[in-house]
Ligand binder design. Structure first.
Ligand code: FES
Length: 83
């Protein structure tokens, strides 16, 4: 089981984290990953302060450089590498 956390802090909300939730849900459905990936919300994980882009953590590792344009590709690649 892969754990994917999406930051619901205010700084990420402004950058569109609610849209990332939709992107992730669509991605899981497209790949039949619903049973393999657990999605959780998270409070601020410091990605905003560290200028890492939107706050996303997969299996405890913060993923760098996520924005709304690349979220699908980067998250998909990371999950695929862990399954
Ligand atoms: S508000 Fe999302 S990482 Fe800080």
């Amino acid at each position: 089981m892969v754990t994917l956390e999406i930051c619901i802090g205010s700084s990420c909300y402004v950058k569109g984290s609610n849209q990332v939730v939709k992107i992730v849900n669509d991605l899981l459905a497209e790949n039949n990953w619903e049973d393999k990936v657990e999605v959780k919300g998270s409070f601020c994980m410091q990605s905003c302060q560290d200028k890492l882009g939107l706050g996303i953590r997969i299996n405890g590792e913060r993923i760098e450089g996520i924005n709304l344009q690349n979220a699908k590709d980067i998250i998909s690649e990371k999950i695929a590498s862990l399954l």
